[in-house]
Design a protein around this ligand. Structure first.
Ligand code: ADP
Ligand code: MG
Length: 381
């Protein structure tokens, strides 16, 4: 049964009538442009078919009552007395989005409903952004303000940064808000300008989940951000986005080796991401694949955010005749890789990479073929 049916039925069982509407917001996978978003750079994600749904109806008072099927939990809060986050729980994402929207002057009304999603939690496909955006969409439906995808993405990012205390760039929220069916979105993380491009003809994206997570992601992420900020200061610019490879080549000797390597990743990754857009617009799968492979090496060697499991699954994919190119995706240290694959050989590819990864590591992978879905939207039952 589809998730929209699941939340609709659960809503009817709970509230004895059909929901007023169902809202949906997707997870994402990033094709290329990794660790560039917080450097004001370019990212190229795609909204995936996995998403979070809420079936809801408005309330006359200013309360939110949410039932999570996935957490088997039921919570209520008032919009004029938001409960502070203690340890992060699922409800804190709802409260955080309410806080952030109200901070920005949106006049919110209450709602009640049922939440469920199939974006795997913590595997790097951004279940948190999907939850934030679907909640923003729920408030939009009952409160009647104007939906502006970039404004919603910024509000949700602020919720995650300031209410949840998780440092993250704008990519996840922006693609979950603004995804385009059958297309990936090149996002300029400084201006938030987004332009879409189709995957090359006869290709599909395959998400390769290594089934590994590593604990140190947050501290390593913060450390990388600090290193990038320090490198930008050294060049006297606002962010590494403002340094191109020419300027870098002239002055890289001034940086100590670690900072130099971190900066080199960001600078070359921004350039690869723009070239990827050109390759996609030209329908050039081979070039796009090569850029993805180069991105992986840069993340592995210069930015040092890969892991043995990610390297193993990427090597399996890149050795496969059906694959144009594969790379780790997301923050790194575990989680998922993404591969651009010939559509007519995808089944064989999935089977072969699963076996190859198991032989190399002893682990099972979780492999998903995905199309590009729309960003946050409303479905009427
Ligand atoms: P991810 O990489 O998937 O974004 P995060 O740790 O950033 O992982 O966010 C995961 C958290 O988001 C979960 O622990 C939970 O609190 C919340 N969350 C995500 N999806 C759901 C859902 N469908 N229902 C309830 N909570 C969810
Ligand atoms: Mg997240």
């Amino acid at each position: 049964m589809s998730l929209s049916k699941t939340v609709r039925q659960a809503f009817k069982a709970e509230f004895r009538e059909p929901p007023a509407c169902i809202v949906r917001a997707p997870g994402r996978v990033n094709l290329i442009g990794e660790h560039t978003d917080y450097n004001d750079g370019f990212v190229f994600p795609m909204a995936i078919e996995r998403a979070t749904f809420i079936a809801l109806r408005p309330r006359a008072d200013n309360k939110v009552l949410a039932i999570s099927l996935d957490m088997d939990d039921r919570r209520e809060f008032a919009l004029d007395a938001l409960p502070s986050p203690t340890e992060t729980e699922w409800i804190d994402y709802l409260v955080g989005v309410a806080w952030s929207l109200q901070e920005r002057g949106y006049n919110l009304r209450g709602w009640e409903g049922v939440v469920s999603g199939d974006v795997p939690i913590g595997s790097g496909l951004s279940s948190s952004a999907a939850l934030e955006l679907v909640v923003a969409r729920a408030f939009f439906e009952v409160s009647g303000f104007v939906w502006d995808a970039a404004a919603m993405a910024l509000a949700c990012q602020a919720a995650e940064n300031e209410w949840l205390g998780v440092k993250c760039g704008i990519m996840d929220q922006m693609i979950s808000a603004a995804g385009v069916r059958d297309r990936a979105l090149l996002i300029d993380c400084r201006s938030l300008e987004a332009t879409s491009a189709p995957l090359p003809p006869d290709t599909v994206l395959v998400i390769l989940d290594t089934n590994t997570r590593r604990g140190l992601v947050d501290s390593a992420y913060n450390e990388r951000r600090a290193q990038c900020e320090a490198a930008a200061r050294h060049f006297g610019v606002r962010a590494l986005r403002d340094v191109d490879s020419e300027l870098f080549a002239q002055r890289e000797e001034e940086l100590e080796p670690l900072m130099r390597a971190r900066a080199r990743h960001v600078i070359t990754e921004n350039e690869r991401t723009l070239r990827a857009r050109d390759a996609m617009n030209a329908g050039d799968a081979a070039t796009l694949g090569h850029l993805m492979i180069a991105s992986h090496f840069s993340l592995r060697d210069d930015f040092e955010v890969s892991s043995p499991a990610l390297d193993a699954i990427v090597a399996c994919a890149n050795a496969d005749a059906a694959c144009y190119g594969a790379r780790m995706t997301g923050a790194g240290f575990g989680g998922c890789a993404v591969a651009l694959v010939k559509a007519d050989q995808v089944e064989q590819f999935v089977a072969r990479v699963g076996d190859c990864y198991q032989d190399a590591t002893g682990n099972e992978s979780i492999i998903t073929v995905t199309g590009a879905s729309r960003g946050a939207e409303t479905l009427y039952p």
